[in-house]
Design a protein around this ligand. Structure first.
Ligand SMILES: [Ca+2]
Length: 381
């Protein structure tokens, strides 16, 4: 897209941006010169990224052509090319999410929905207005052809914030009478699939804590918990900054941990393998170029993300939560090391001596993450 078209589109979206709240970070006309300079700078990034996506597309086309040729040679040759006779079994997962506040949960959900390696047994909601979060999820699932996936609300709690995406959520379906709550749903699923289920925890751990309190023995029959949370060596800021800019920001109190410290402690002590994606490895900004590609794609899934993004009302999402799903698909993008973590009274996750109680990813491959995310979401139909 030309520079001029991008300017026109950006100004156009400023005029029609929902809410016209001061939170919306679109450029004002008074800041036009500054914006234009930034846009020129971004144009150079655009060219770099477009080339990257073209190269990726080329690789996909070449691979597809190769597979079609193999298919023409017969099933035996295809099986031989795959290296194994049978396809790998799907990983069974349940995603526990505080979708509706920050926007990264929606991207994590979208990536999971576009990943055939995963069998999503259901969603549970956590923290704050869990019923409204469940309605948001039900609408998103219904509108993207996944209305059959169950959604169960966790216990409602006090929240310091209101859902930024409450208007989208408010038009989501209410639960049907008699549907189980999150703990009942989790319990039933674990009984059906003991030792098989990965719980992907991408919100404060209030629903997880409730599950541990009510069904500790069943909770231990999870295969593992893969969570976004904590901050080991690096805090909020610029973990990918050039070292020449100075030392990275030190550890911080992280949202998911600090909003249920007791729940985090119970999880680390539960005996279930815990895989942690902390701030160190999950500060993944979705830049303008990638946003433009996704929001212009026009599938039901990217349309849902587009609506949710605009209701969220800020500019650059940081896709913390999506790294959990990425880890399940391509663990080499966020390799983990064994660490013993403790949670202090303020909510810091500290290293301590002793037997490891978690596998933690401290460094991630950002370009690998975006290659996976973009190729999956841009393949949505
Ligand atoms: Ca979240």
């Amino acid at each position: 897209m030309s520079f001029q078209k991008r300017l026109v589109r950006t100004v156009g979206s400023a005029k029609i941006a929902p809410g016209s709240s001061s939170e919306i970070a679109y450029p004002l006309l008074s800041d036009w010169r500054g914006f234009a300079k930034r846009a020129h700078d971004e144009e150079r990034v655009l060219a770099r990224n477009v080339n990257r996506w073209r190269r990726l597309l080329h690789v996909v086309v070449v691979l597809a052509a190769g597979l079609m040729a193999l298919a023409a040679e017969g099933p035996a040759l295809v099986a031989q090319a795959a290296g194994r006779g049978a396809p790998q079994a799907q990983q069974q997962i349940i995603i526990d999410t505080d979708i509706g506040d920050d926007i990264d949960d929606a991207f994590a959900v979208a990536l999971a929905l576009e990943s055939p390696e995963l069998q999503i047994l259901g969603f549970t909601t956590t923290y704050g207005d869990t019923a409204l979060r469940a309605r948001l999820l039900r609408r998103m699932l219904a509108e993207t052809g996944h209305g059959e996936i169950p959604v169960a609300a966790g216990p409602a709690t006090q929240s310091k914030t209101r859902l930024t995406q409450m208007r989208y959520a408010g038009r989501g379906p209410a639960p049907k009478p008699g549907e189980p709550d999150a703990v009942a749903f989790l319990s039933a699923q674990i009984r059906m699939h003991p030792g098989e289920i990965t719980l992907v925890a991408i919100g404060p751990l209030t629903t997880v804590e409730s599950m541990i309190d009510r069904e500790p023995a069943l909770f231990r029959q999870l295969k593992q918990v893969v969570m976004m949370g904590g901050s080991v060596d690096r805090g909020y800021g610029a973990p990918y900054a050039d070292p020449a800019d100075g030392p990275p920001p030190g550890p911080d109190i992280e949202w998911n941990i600090v909003n249920d410290i007791a729940g985090a402690r119970k999880l680390f002590a539960s005996g279930v393998p815990v895989i942690v994606m902390p701030l160190d490895a999950t500060q993944l900004p979705l830049e303008e170029i990638e946003r433009g590609l996704l929001f212009a794609h026009g599938s039901p899934l990217t349309d849902a993300l587009t609506l949710l993004y605009h209701e969220w009302g800020q500019q650059t999402p940081t896709l913390f939560d999506a790294m959990t799903v990425t880890y399940l698909l391509q663990p080499q993008i966020c390799p983990v090391v064994p660490i013993r973590l403790s949670v202090d009274d303020k909510g810091y996750t500290r290293r301590e001596a002793g037997a490891p109680n978690a596998e933690v990813c401290l460094h991630s491959d950002r370009s690998g993450f975006f290659d996976l995310l973009m190729s999956r979401l841009l393949a949505s139909k």
